[in-house]
Design a protein around this ligand. Structure first.
Ligand code: PHE
Length: 463
C-alpha cells in the first residue's frame, strides 16, 4: 500500500525561509520591470496610491485565501479544490485551470527571464562601449528578432530553475531563497543609494509620491489592480502550494502583510532607483516595456563604471526572475506528484520540457519564424496574445473563483480555524470575510470586463 501523502510532505525549515520564498515569488519582473513603466505610463503618484490600496484590499485577502486552502489540505491546487469541495468535479476543474495558467505563464515568463541572462553576459562584455544611443537601443530589437538566441536563453533559464527546484522544498527552494532574495535586496539597495545622488532624484520622488488626481482614470485604476494581482503571484495556486508546506501554528494574516508589504516596498525602491536615472538624462517616464532593456543600458553607458553597474542591475533581474520561476515550477511539480503519482524528479523534468515546448512560439514570436501570419490575424504576436489572454481573462477569473470558493463554498469552521491559526485576532475575521465575499469579487469582475474590452469604463465616464 502506498503511504498517505501527508507523511511524505516536506515542510519549510523556518517561517523566515517560507517568507523569503513567498516574497521571492512575488518580487519578480512584475515589480522591477513592469511596475516602473506602467506607473510611468499612468502618471506616477496616483498610480502608486491605487496600487497600494489594491495590494491592501484585494491582494492581501486573496493571498490569505490561497494560504488557507493549501494549509488546510496540505495539497496543491487540484487536490485542494477537490477535497475542500467534497469531490466536486467542477471545483476540481478550477484547480486544473490554475495549473494550466502556471504552465502557460511559465512558458513565456521564461523567455523574458532569458533576456535578463542575456543582458548579464552582454554587460560583462561591456557591450555599450563605443556605441551610440541608437545602436545600444537597437541591441534589444535585434535580440527580439533572433529566434535561436531566444530559445537558447529560455532553455538556459528553465534549466537553472530546475536545478534549484531539484533539491526539494528545504534544500532547494528555501536554501536558494535565503541566498537569492537577500542578494537581490543588497544589489537593489546599493543601486538605490547611487540613484539618490543623482540630480533627478527629487523629481523622481515628486513624480512617484505626490499623486496628481487629474491623472486617475478608471482604466488606470484597473491596471494598478491587475498588476498588483499578478505581482502577488495570485490565481496560480502557487501561494496555495507554498501554504501547503506551512505548519499549523503559523499566523497567516500577519505573514501575508509582511510578505506583500515588503514586495510593495521593493517595487517602490526599484522605481525610485530607475526614475532618477531617467529624469537625470531627460528621458520620458513613459517609455513602455523597453524601459529596462533599452533605455537603461543607454543611461548606464554614460555613468561611471558602466560594466559594474549594468552587470549588477541585470544580475538583480536574473535573481528576481529566478525566485519567481522557481515558484512556478514547484507549483507544477507538486501537482504532478499528486495527480499522476510521478516522482519529484520525473515531475520536474516533464514540467520543464512542457514549459519549453509551449514557450517555443513565444521565444520565436519576434522573429516571425513560426506562425508568420499570427500577427496580421490577431493583431499581436503569439507572445502578446497569450500573455494578454492570461493577464486579462484567466488569472483574474481564477482569483474571482478562489475568493468565491473560500467566501461561500468551503467549510466555514475549517476556514475560520485556518485563518486564525495560533493568533487571537478574531476581530480581523469579519473584515477579511467582507473583503473576499464582496469587495474582491466585484473589483475582479470589473477588471475582467474592462480588461477584455467588454466594457470601457473610461468611455462610460466621459459620456
Ligand atoms: N510575481 C511575479 C512578478 O511580479 C510574477 C509571477 C507570477 C511569478 C506568478 C510567478 C508566478 O514578476
Amino acid at each position: 500500500m502506498s503511504k498517505p501523502i501527508e507523511h511524505l510532505r516536506e515542510h519549510w525549515g523556518s517561517r523566515f525561509g517560507f517568507m523569503l520564498a513567498a516574497a521571492g515569488s512575488a518580487i519578480g519582473l512584475g515589480s522591477l520591470w513592469k511596475f516602473p513603466y506602467v506607473a510611468g505610463d499612468h502618471g506616477g503618484g496616483a498610480f502608486v496610491l491605487v496600487y497600494l490600496l489594491a495590494t491592501l484590499f484585494i491582494c492581501v485577502p486573496l493571498f490569505i485565501c490561497e494560504l488557507v486552502m493549501g494549509r488546510a489540505t496540505q495539497r496543491g491546487a487540484v487536490e485542494a479544490f477537490s477535497i475542500l469541495s467534497r469531490q466536486s468535479q467542477n471545483w476540481k476543474g478550477m484547480g486544473w485551470l490554475a495549473l494550466t495558467s502556471t504552465l502557460v505563464v511559465y512558458s513565456y515568463y521564461a523567455v523574458v527571464s532569458g533576456w535578463t541572462l542575456n543582458y548579464v553576459i552582454l554587460s560583462l562584455s561591456n557591450f555599450t562601449a563605443g556605441k551610440s544611443p541608437e545602436e545600444i537601443r537597437a541591441v534589444f530589437d535585434l535580440l527580439l528578432k533572433a529566434g535561436g538566441m531566444n530559445l537558447f536563453w529560455q532553455f538556459g533559464f528553465l534549466l537553472l530553475t530546475a536545478a534549484v527546484v531539484w533539491g526539494g522544498v528545504r534544500k532547494g527552494i528555501e536554501h536558494w531563497a535565503k541566498i537569492l532574495t537577500p542578494a537581490l535586496l543588497a544589489i537593489l539597495i546599493a543601486l538605490f543609494f547611487y540613484a539618490i545622488t543623482m540630480p533627478g532624484f527629487h523629481e523622481a520622488l515628486r513624480f512617484l509620491l505626490i499623486p496628481d488626481f487629474s491623472k486617475v482614470t478608471p482604466s488606470g485604476i484597473l491596471s494598478a489592480v491587475g498588476l498588483s494581482f499578478f505581482t502577488a503571484s495570485l490565481g496560480f495556486g502557487i501561494i496555495l502550494t507554498y501554504g501547503s508546506y506551512l505548519r499549523p501554528d503559523e499566523n497567516l494574516p500577519s505573514m501575508t502583510v509582511a510578505i506583500l508589504g515588503s514586495t510593495l516596498g521593493i517595487a517602490l525602491i526599484a522605481a525610485l532607483t530607475i526614475f532618477p536615472i531617467v529624469f537625470s538624462f531627460g528621458f520620458s517616464p513613459s517609455e513602455g516595456p523597453g524601459l529596462v532593456f533599452k533605455v537603461l543600458p543607454v543611461l548606464f553607458s554614460q555613468l561611471p563604471a558602466p560594466l559594474l553597474i549594468s552587470t549588477l542591475f541585470f544580475l538583480l533581474l536574473v535573481f528576481t526572475a529566478l525566485t519567481s520561476t522557481v515558484s512556478l515550477l514547484e507549483n507544477m511539480t507538486a501537482n504532478c506528484i499528486e495527480q499522476f503519482q510521478w516522482s519529484r524528479k520525473k515531475s520536474i523534468v516533464l514540467s520543464t520540457l512542457a514549459a519549453f515546448m509551449l514557450g517555443v512560439p513565444s521565444a520565436l514570436a519576434g522573429s516571425g519564424q513560426l506562425f508568420p501570419s499570427w500577427q496580421p490575424i490577431y493583431n499581436a504576436d503569439f507572445f502578446a496574445t497569450i500573455s494578454t489572454l492570461w493577464d486579462r481573462w484567466f488569472l483574474p477569473l481564477s482569483g474571482l473563483l478562489i475568493s468565491i470558493f473560500v467566501g461561500y463554498v468551503m467549510d466555514r469552521q475549517l476556514r475560520d480555524k485556518e485563518f486564525l491559526g495560533s493568533s487571537k485576532a478574531s476581530y480581523l475575521l469579519p473584515g477579511w470575510l467582507f473583503l473576499i465575499r464582496y469587495v474582491v469579487p466585484i473589483v475582479l469582475i470589473l477588471l475582467i470586463l474592462e480588461g477584455t474590452n467588454l466594457v470601457s469604463f473610461d468611455a462610460l465616464i466621459h459620456n
